[in-house]
Design a protein around this ligand. Structure first.
Ligand SMILES: *Cc1c(COP(=O)(O)O)cnc(C)c1O
Length: 439
């Protein structure tokens, strides 16, 4: 088994301007083949990647604080993932699980049933993308409850399909011009401790008075708002919401597509507050870089749906299942939950110091290796989207890949692979510090 360091040298290297000449050439070609609607954060074309490094076609080596949006938690082309997929691709590539099944699919579901919060009996089925997992969680919740209303929250992001974007709480770029949206979708306030909004009582009041408990099939909630800016709800908000749902027969769907699979230092972010959701969706990092998603839920809910009501041609593809099993093994063998907590401590220490010394940084926040800074104007509260864009651009120019986020676009989020070496993590944080303190 080739190690990551054999494949990709673990050092930052800026040989050209970024993007370099070869990347610029390829971007021009990309732009004549691909619609503008498919955005690009940074137009560097990738040659290879692994550990904490992305190497581009100009030979630059960027420090990776993005993980392909929290997908490569175990690293790019992680050795166990490569070995497992290589073995599987020579055996069979596809049969469709609903035509003739295979063991890998069952094993992924067993692992998720065992790891998802709660000791109750669970069932899991597999899809391809996060949006599909969310769609299917809603299908199960509606079927099982016989109710139609679905509640999502401010700052929520749940994908780009019709239901996914209907649930999403941000117009640009996700919804603008794409309506009409799915009916029976309602929005409630999400706890935002920085601004003191979305108190639990207000959230529950919205559910009760504006939607009506008896109509609600499910609430779909991110334990930490991901795309919405890594907003960590006030302590007690999520448990209070869970309690209210249980009392009213409302299915609690935790969308852990970004926050799950060890990103926050526990398998699921719900665990930080002891919350046990009825259904949990996973995707992003589940497949170690291959596309796969899952819906895991209470057996009594999941088993209600009639045979044939759930599934899809590619859901739980054999290669993706092999990759997911190898990703689980990598998390355990390399103690990556512990590593996520350690990364989180290092990042929050440095970012916290930034927030304390720089009034433009309203807050450093997050859990485990899912942390962010929120940038604001001189009044200390007005979101400063331009500042976030400037910080990201300055980082990119220095060979550090970061992502922005936030309902107002004023958040810089950090999602390094959990296998990033310490020296690259430190170096990346230094670059970010310099970018934030630049005038
Ligand atoms: C990324 C994301 C999705 C959508 O996943 P896709 O694979 O892009 O469809 C849904 N929910 C959350 C919380 C996400 O972060």
């Amino acid at each position: 088994m080739k190690t990551t360091t054999d494949r990709v040298p673990q050092n930052r290297l800026v040989r050209t301007e970024i993007p370099g000449p070869r990347s610029r050439e390829l971007m021009a070609r990309r732009n004549t083949a691909i619609p503008a609607g498919v955005g690009t954060t940074l137009g560097v074309f990738v040659a290879r990647a692994g550990g904490g490094i992305i190497e581009d076609v100009d030979g630059n080596r960027l420090i990776d604080f993005a993980s392909g949006i929290s997908v490569t938690n175990v690293g790019n082309s992680a050795p166990r993932v490569v070995a497992a997929v290589t073995e599987q691709v020579e055996l069979f590539t596809h049969t469709c699980f609903q035509v003739t099944p295979y063991l890998g699919y069952v094993e992924v579901c067993e692992r998720l049933n065992q790891l998802a919060p709660g000791a109750h009996e669970k069932r899991t089925f597999l899809m391809n993308s996060g949006a599909e997992a969310v769609e299917n969680a809603v299908k199960v919740a509606r079927y099982a409850t016989g109710r139609s209303a679905v509640v999502a929250f401010d700052h929520g992001f749940h994908g780009r399909t019709l239901m996914g974007m209907s649930l999403t709480g941000k117009a640009m770029p996700y919804k603008q011009g794409f309506g009409p949206f799915a009916p029976e979708v309602y929005r409630a306030p999400y706890s935002d401790p920085l601004r003191g909004t979305g108190k639990l009582a207000q959230t529950i009041d919205t559910l009760e008075t504006m939607v009506g408990a008896a109509s609600i099939a499910c609430v779909v909630v991110e334990p930490i708002a991901g795309e919405g800016g890594f907003v960590v709800p006030e302590p007690g908000w999520l448990p209070g919401l869970a309690q209210w749902c249980a009392a009213h027969g409302v299915v609690l769907v935790a969308d852990e597509i970004q926050s799950g699979f060890g990103r926050t230092g526990t398998w699921f972010a719900c665990e930080h507050e002891g919350v046990v959701p009825d259904i949990v969706t996973t995707a992003k990092s589940l497949g170690g870089g291959l596309p796969i998603s899952a819906v895991t839920g209470r057996a009594d809910l999941m088993d209600k749906v009639h045979p044939g009501g759930l599934g899809g041609t590619f859901g739980g593809n054999p290669l993706a299942c092999a990759a997911a099993l190898a990703a689980f093994d990598t998390m355990e063998t390399e103690s990556l939950l512990e590593r996520a907590r350690r990364i989180g401590t290092v990042m929050l220490d440095r970012l916290g110091a930034m927030a304390a010394s720089n009034p433009a940084v309203a807050e450093a926040r997050g859990r485990g290796a899912m942390v962010a800074i929120e940038l604001v104007g001189p009044d200390g509260t007005t979101p400063d989207k331009g500042a976030a864009a400037r910080v990201a651009a300055a980082c990119h120019a220095q060979g550090l890949l970061v992502l922005s986020a936030g309902t107002y676009g004023n958040v810089v989020r950090l999602l390094p692979p959990l296998v990033i070496p310490d020296d690259l993590l430190d170096e990346g944080l230094g670059i970010l510090e310099a970018a934030v303190s630049a005038p």
